[in-house]
Design a protein around this ligand. Structure first.
Ligand code: NAD
Ligand code: TDX
Length: 367
């Protein structure tokens, strides 16, 4: 039995990871530490019961006393750090929390891990990072583990800073730390501020669909369960001090994703009388698309080269994008309670700040 401390385990990827591990390794003890910010949601972890296999602790990774106490009491074998402020637009509106959690919080966790794990090679610290640390790509090529860091948003810079700290703790103190850099995730429990859930929810409700700039920006989409299996693989097989890129091998332009979501929802509504009654809409939802003022410093293209994961461990993605985006749309349609509770709260204040002055954008040309 391993004891695994999962920070940020009530967020999108963290909760998917906890549920994934519960099934894949039922013998492990999972300890979730989460501050429950706006993005953390205990409803993501419903069905898990406190006991020998699972505990939830509400707390801040910046709280050294709390974190050190957890390390002493639980004596984890593995830490997986998902806890972060994760939304680029929020980092542009207010970078302070990103520095506090993503840099200082990671530093605090590393300090607690150093005191408890020392240079023990059997005690692993997995730091979950992003492809955004590498900056923006032109039309060709992909980020490898050797690509120099070139972060462009306050979010990306804060993640880059934490990656450097993780590296330094391995090289200086021998901490058995590993960093994973992954591309854009999609799937159940993603907070509605992110592109895919935002577009699904707005399209259902017949609200305008704000596409930044010309909509030609490209992201490399990774289904969240494939990300979870990659982290599981890294925990078991990853080499201390290494970094691993995890990608979806599914590059798509934003405008194409939004168009696809519109078609999927139109089709579902046409086939589902109750859904059509709940969300009446005439015509194609593509008519809701609006090109709006671009995100400042908007990175043009991300793509991950995950050859290292594939060659060293035989890891590969199982989810084909077109199939799993459809399943993701279905999940949001079938779990309206989950997101309706979120969008009725503090989220609307954020939405107004982010989109209120932007919605005068133009619709795409017909055809
Ligand atoms: P999320 O915003 O959905 O969840 C973050 C979680 O961290 C929330 O549960 C929140 O309550 C918690 N948290 C925030 N501050 C905390 C603090 N100070 N102490 C303890 N808990 C705190 O994020 P996500 O999309 O699940 O991302 C998880 C990790 O993966 C992040 O580190 C992010 O940078 C990275 N990542 C995400 C993506 C993506 O597409 N979502 C892609 C690449 C990397
Ligand atoms: O309303 C929108 N309109 C729009 O055109 C939103 C919210 C986004 N976009 C664009 C911006 C990006 O090009 O869609 C793309 C995806 O945007 P986000 O969902 O905000 O993701 P991104 O900025 O690419 O960052 C994500 O992937 C890397 C995660 O949020 C990060 O946590 C992760 O590190």
């Amino acid at each position: 039995m391993r004891r695994i401390l999962v920070t940020g385990g009530a967020g999108f990827i963290g909760s998917n990871f906890v549920l994934y591990m519960r099934k894949a390794h039922p013998e492990d003890r999972l300890i979730v530490l989460d501050r429950l910010t706006y993005a953390g949601n205990l409803a993501n972890l419903i069905g898990l019961e406190e006991g020998p296999e699972y505990s939830f602790i509400r707390g801040d990774i910046n709280d050294l006393d709390l974190v050190s106490g957890i390390f002493r009491k639980e004596e984890p074998d593995v830490v997986v750090n998902f806890a972060a402020e994760s939304h680029v637009d929020r980092s542009i509106l207010g970078p302070g929390e990103f520095v506090r959690t993503n840099i200082n919080g990671a530093f605090t966790l590393l300090e607690a891990a150093r005191a408890c794990f020392g240079a023990n090679p059997a005690k692993r610290f997995i730091h979950v990072s992003t492809d955004e640390v590498y900056g923006s790509l032109g039309p060709e090529g992909a980020f490898t583990e050797e690509t120099p860091y070139s972060p462009n948003s306050p979010y990306a810079a804060s993640k880059a800073a934490s990656d450097h700290l993780v590296r330094a703790y391995h090289h200086t103190y021998g901490l058995a730390a590993i960093t994973t850099n992954c591309s854009n995730n999609y799937g159940p429990f993603q907070f509605p501020e992110k592109l895919i859930p935002l577009m699904i929810i707005n399209a259902l409700k017949g609200k305008e669909l704000p596409v930044y700039g010309d909509g030609q920006n490209v992201r490399d989409w990774l289904y969240v369960a494939d990300h979870c299996s990659a982290i599981d693989t890294v925990i078991e097989k990853g080499r201390a001090g290494e970094t691993y890129n995890i990608g979806g091998r599914s590059e798509r332009r934003n405008i194409d994703i939004v168009g696809l979501i519109c078609s999927l929802i139109d089709e579902r509504a046409a086939a589902d009388k109750k859904l059509k009654e709940a969300y009446p809409f005439e015509g194609s939802r593509k008519g809701l698309i609006r090109f709006v003022k671009d995100r400042p410093g908007h990175d043009r293209r991300y793509a991950i080269d995950c050859t290292k994961m594939e060659k060293e461990f035989g890891w590969t993605q199982k989810a084909a994008f077109e199939e799993w985006i459809k399943k993701t749309v279905d999940w949001y349609v079938e779990n309206r309670d989950w997101w309706e509770r979120i969008i009725s709260g503090e989220y609307m204040g954020y939405y107004e700040t982010q989109y209120g002055g932007r919605m005068s954008g133009r619709a795409p040309a017909k055809g």
